[in-house]
Design a protein around this ligand. Structure first.
Ligand SMILES: N[C@@H](CCC(=O)N[C@@H](CS)C(=O)NCC(=O)O)C(=O)O
Length: 216
């Protein structure tokens, strides 16, 4: 069995998958795609043949190609069930997925590289404008996530219950992005507490951008 992850150190979507791989104790080969170099290596024909969206991550598993970070995480969850990153009960699974999707569908896409590039090149925004845009959408998303964490966390150290789930694998990279956008986490103490607990844990630490082979 050989898992290969097309990744970029600063990609928060790839960061989610790296967390899940690490939580499940899975070895994998890291295949970096530099998102800025050569006009974006994620847009090269060889990569588009794997992922027509031209986005990282993509996972290869013995000839099977899976794209979209949450599809990859769910694939890994089914292929390697232990430790479980989704709870057993339907309502609990839905709660974890709702938090993961709040990040992956509603916060992150608005601040993706290509969106920021479009704001600059087509809408005349400078660093200040793009930064304001990013902080606005992250803040709006965090306002809701803070309440969801309050509702579902069992210990104030995880998004749901008392152990790591898919929601945590999405939250920590989004907090990393928030810091990059210079957003102060003070208005969201529960999110800050969950992130502060998880970030030093071995699986989360191994997945962090600065620990990746392509980190600059
Ligand atoms: N919904 C996708 C988002 C993937 C995504 O946006 N990846 C970013 C890096 S975090 C990317 O490849 N950006 C390249 C670009 O915008 O050209 C997922 O969850 O996998």
């Amino acid at each position: 069995m050989a898992l290969r992850l097309h990744t970029y150190w600063r990609s928060s979507a790839a960061y989610r998958v790296r967390i899940v791989l690490a939580l499940k104790g899975l070895d994998y080969e890291s295949l970096p795609r530099h998102l800025l170099r050569d006009g974006g290596q994620q847009r090269r024909p060889d990569y588009l043949a794997l992922n027509p969206q031209g986005l990282v991550p993509a996972l290869e598993d013995d000839g099977t190609v899976v794209t979209q970070s949450l599809a990859i995480c769910e694939y890994l969850e089914q292929r390697f069930p232990a430790p479980a990153l989704l709870p057993a009960a339907a309502r609990d699974r839905a709660a974890v997925r709702a938090m993961a999707l709040a990040v992956a569908c509603d916060i992150h896409p608005l601040n993706n590289l290509r969106v920021q590039q479009y704001l600059r090149s087509q809408l005349g925004q400078d660093d200040a404008g793009v930064g304001r845009w990013a902080r606005h959408w992250i803040a709006q998303g965090f306002d809701a996530l803070e309440l969801l964490v309050a509702r579902h966390s069992g210990d104030g150290r995880h998004c749901f219950g008392t152990s790591a789930t898919l929601a945590d694998a999405c939250l920590v990279p989004q907090v990393y992005n928030a810091r990059r956008a210079q957003l102060d986490l003070a208005p969201w103490p529960r999110i800050a507490a969950v992130s502060a607990h998880l970030e030093p844990l071995p699986a989360f630490a191994a997945a962090r951008p600065e620990a990746q082979p392509d980190a600059e």
